[in-house]
Write a protein that binds this ligand. Structure first.
Ligand code: MRU
Length: 525
């Protein structure tokens, strides 16, 4: 695929992104100032593309200043400051400056290597992102909403989020794309529509303010965007208008997936509030195609980017890892709370949450629940527990979770832990059931009919699917949302993780009351 920018006979050649879609024009830039100007005016734009341009500009500076390293470094500082939000620019400048001591040719080699790498990592992340969104959405052919331009123009070649769209299209798994026009500079309408047409991908553009309505109307299976800076905790700075898409996606329960290279992850920042957001000229908003659209002198609020907080980001896919900043739908936080209680010692216990497309996210096998991150979760088919994609090995007790998702249509989350009183009650009772006294706390399990509160105690077979089979045979739609496993622990479930977790707390308290109120630990039937 043709590169959007390259080094040709001593000059930086780049597609002039301001001229598209009217004209496909290549500009030749021979000075550092010209490259800086091209970046500032968005002739060259998109985080990876400005990184690559910045690297080539340092090569221009090194050729110009030769052994005067101070002069090269001064130019490099100006290049890195051309736009503040996309971390790729400063990252690329820093990286090629590392070759300064070896002379201008080495600096150019470092810059060219960076360009080649960009093309390669884009293809890798696009493949990984396509796998991810297919796994998350569970649909055969996807309807994807994207924002701004994340394609070959925004990178050296192929693209990030738009690269993933190319990959989905090649696999025959992309139904259509809705591209937000991306006010005020229309990167979506001008550039993304142009690239999607070039690639033969079915698409429509929509005004930015129609995107959330499209999501709410069920016209979108997944939002797929790029990024300009991603913090260590997964807050994502991207083109203004990304955050409202994340809110709409969360409300609709569809995945909001970010595709970006590792060079966009800024490990030095954890909180998105520390990201410097570029403010651009009012004229970009108060005029359109050179014509004023607001009264002369009107002030404008024109931030180029916004920050989507981590809890709205379903996944960040890079060329080598998948981060799940949305805290795995609350699983790491809930696991940490249970771990602090001492109910998930070592790697014990497992938690899962139902996600769109008939999938569940479950804790991976063998992970300490005290330091779980969203990347320690595995996607499985909710009703079978079979892993989806290559996310790793799910909890060894996944079949119990699957049996619960099968048995209870309103089961949205499952918690399995080893609280001491519940484990003791299960052990004293043995396989069968436990009948509890009429303690007020049973209300914590939700509405129930008259009669005693009885929980099943499953036999603890080493063969976990056998426990799951016993469970399936035992459950009726009226079963309370909790069970005990002989010499093992307790499992609770509910429509969401918070409810399932609260029920585990209730169960433990109920078991403590039960033990204190019976001399024999009885009530066993
Ligand atoms: O102001 P722009 O057009 O440079 O902003 C670009 C974006 O916000 C892109 O979404 C981002 O850089 C990712 S490009 C692969």
């Amino acid at each position: 695929m043709e590169r959007s920018l390259d080094w040709v006979e001593g000059a930086v050649h780049a597609v002039d992104q301001r001229a598209l879609p009217g004209e496909y024009r290549i500009v030749a830039l021979t000075t550092v100032d010209q490259v800086i100007e091209a970046i500032k005016t968005l002739s060259i734009r998109g985080a990876p593309a400005i990184g690559a341009a910045g690297a080539l500009a340092v090569a221009l500076a090194a050729r110009r200043h030769g052994g005067d390293h101070a002069a090269v470094r001064a130019d490099a500082a100006r290049i890195a400051a051309a736009r503040p939000t996309a971390v790729n620019l400063a990252w690329a400048v820093r990286r090629v400056l590392g070759s300064l001591a070896d002379g201008p040719a080495a600096v150019l080699d470092a810059a060219l290597a960076l360009l080649t790498e960009d093309e390669q990592v884009n293809r890798r992340m696009a493949t990984r992102a396509a796998d991810e969104v297919l796994a998350l959405s569970g649909r055969d052919r996807l309807r994807v909403l994207t924002h701004c331009n994340t394609g070959r123009l925004a990178t050296v070649a192929w693209g990030t989020a738009l690269g993933a769209l190319r990959e989905l299209a090649q696999r025959g798994r992309l139904e259509s794309v809705l591209a937000g026009e991306t006010r005020p500079l229309l990167q979506g309408a001008r550039l993304t529509a142009w690239e999607l047409a070039e690639a033969g991908i079915p698409h429509r553009i929509c005004v930015d303010s129609a995107s959330s309505a499209a999501i709410a109307a069920g016209l979108v299976d997944c939002v797929l965007i790029g990024a300009d800076r991603i913090t260590a905790e997964g807050d994502v700075a991207n083109k203004i208008g990304s955050y409202p898409l994340a809110l709409a996606a969360a409300r609709a329960g569809i995945p909001f997936v970010v595709v970006a290279p590792e060079s966009t992850v800024d490990e030095t920042i954890s909180d998105g509030a520390s990201i410097v957001i570029e403010q651009r000229a009012a004229a970009e908003v108060t005029s359109f195609a050179g014509q004023p659209v607001a009264p002369a002198g009107t002030a404008a609020y024109n931030p180029a980017f916004d920050v989507t907080p981590r809890d709205l980001v379903t996944a960040v896919v890079t060329e080598r890892r998948t981060l799940r900043p949305a805290l795995g739908h609350g699983i790491p936080a809930a696991a940490a709370r249970l771990h602090r209680r001492g109910w998930l010692d070592g790697t014990a216990g497992n938690l899962s949450v139902l996600v769109p497309g008939g999938r569940a996210l479950i804790t991976a096998s063998g992970r300490s629940k005290g330091e779980l991150s969203a990347s320690d979760l595995v996607a499985v088919r909710a009703e079978t527990g079979a892993p989806v994609g290559e996310w790793g090995r799910p909890s060894a007790e996944v079949s119990i979770h699957a049996a619960l998702y099968r048995a209870f249509p309103n089961c949205g989350a499952v918690v399995h832990a080893h609280p001491p009183h519940a484990t003791l009650v299960a052990t004293q009772a043995g396989p069968g059931s436990v009948r509890f006294g009429d303690f007020e706390i049973v209300k914590g399990f939700g509405p129930r009919g008259a009669g005693p509160f009885v929980l099943p105690v499953l036999a603890n077979h080493p063969d976990v699917p056998r426990i799951a089979a016993d469970l399936a045979a035992l459950c009726t739609p009226d079963s309370p949302p909790a069970l005990l496993i002989d010499r093992h622990g307790a499992t609770t479930w509910g429509p969401d993780l918070e409810t399932a977790h609260n029920r585990m707390e209730c169960l433990e308290m109920l078991c403590e009351l039960h033990l204190r109120s019976t001399t024999t630990g009885g009530g066993q039937s």
